[in-house]
Design a protein. Sequence first.
Length: 150
Amino acid sequence: MGGNRKRAKEAGVSLLITKPLFPSSLFSPLERIFSEKATAAPEHPAEEYDFTGKRVLLVEDHLMNIEVARRLLESKGITVEVAENGLMAIEAYAAKPVGYFSTILMDIRMPVMDGLTATRLIRRLKKATAGTIPIIAMSATPLMRMWKNP
């Protein structure tokens, strides 16, 4: 467990959440990230936070997980764009203008390119937000607890 968490942190992951996704496990970290990024953002309970105008790059290869995450996110007014593997995520992130995505939800285990490799490569891009965009890694491993990168 500790090794996986350490590797995720070293790759540049901001937060780690476990799947399956539930509203509280998904929106609580998103609210915390968006609140921290806003200037003088007041504290709000998760159900009152206004996610309208936020855009998430969802990086996931499993169709059912994509559908569940998309429905949860869109129910709160979040715009969702999907990349089916890490390579597609890098391409999607690099192709959009700075500030286009509010955060990236990144599955860890995917074909073509895994989420930790993709995160590491996104962090190395020559783009103003590459080092700061919140990347929330998603893992089906239940022993991985949510943590925040300092």
